[in-house]
Ligand binder design. Sequence first.
Ligand code: C2E
Ligand code: MG
Ligand code: MG
Ligand code: MG
Length: 287
Amino acid sequence: DIAMYRAKAVGGGRKGIFEAGMHTRAVELFRLENELRRAIERREFTTHYQPIISLKTGLISGFEALVRWRHPERGLVLPDEFIPVVEETGLILLLELSVMREACARLAAWQKRFPDHRPLTVSVNLSRNQLVRSELPEQIERTLLETGLDARSLRLEVTEGALMENVDSAVATLSRLRDMNIRVHIDDFGMGYSSLSVLHQLPIDALKVDRSFVGRMDGVGGDAEIVQTIVTLAHNLGLDVIAEGVEREEHLRQLRKLGCDYAQGFLFSEPLDAENAQRLISSYRRW
Ligand code: C2E
Ligand code: MG
Ligand code: MG
Ligand code: MG
């Protein structure tokens, strides 16, 4: 039931942010929603930025925006501890749109500040709840207008599971977004259950190889072959490939050999607050 779900959602047996112990799901969700609403009002959520490296140029091509909660008692809390619970309330929509707004504004500012840099992109994660909302494209269009970011600089990351759950309405929404020149990336690819026959019909631009495959590329378990297969599959479908969870030089070397297009991971940088991300851009570092 809900108590078990919570314990799982916040990560195994660890003490979570949200304690189960109230009697009904309705009461619990009500309490939670109020707490989250307050956190949003107090601007306790903040966005960090992790660079994505072009393996062709070795330069930063853009950033993934990743939300964090600056919790007054618990310090910086990572999304896996609260997103699954926030998704149970309607507030996920509000939270994600505020992450998107902040990220688009930040990227527009960086593009202005670094005019000689190839226009940096920003990737924003969307939960399954967003994909069934027909008003999403208008909301994103408004955000782009208000922040001054070019639609071509925005990427939306959706998981296979989110896309497949309601594939018809997700495809309709994502098609409209792509008509606006926004790109769509499949996140954590390989962990879901997209059938290959559906994949080529989806309105998408790139696959992000799940970090569990990338992290084991240098072992003997056959994960290098899986990554190679995903790269080939993507390229045959005309899609780009981004490897996530790149932690070691050996991963980078192999990914380059496989012709992977982009890479992201702790080898380059962990997610940084805006100030440190800006410092990284200004270093013009080349990998
Ligand atoms: P994701 O979208 O797959 O994001 C990548 C996650 O992998 C990030 O975790 C990042 O810090 C982590 N990561 C990056 N490089 C490495 C590496 O080399 N090694 C390892 N071990 N990890 C690496 P983070 O920031 O904790 O976010 C976790 C998940 O929370 C994200 O996975 C995404 O699904 C979700 N999330 C984050 N922000 C949002 C948001 O605004 N909306 C929604 N719906 N979900 C979000
Ligand atoms: Mg992502
Ligand atoms: Mg991912
Ligand atoms: Mg992931």
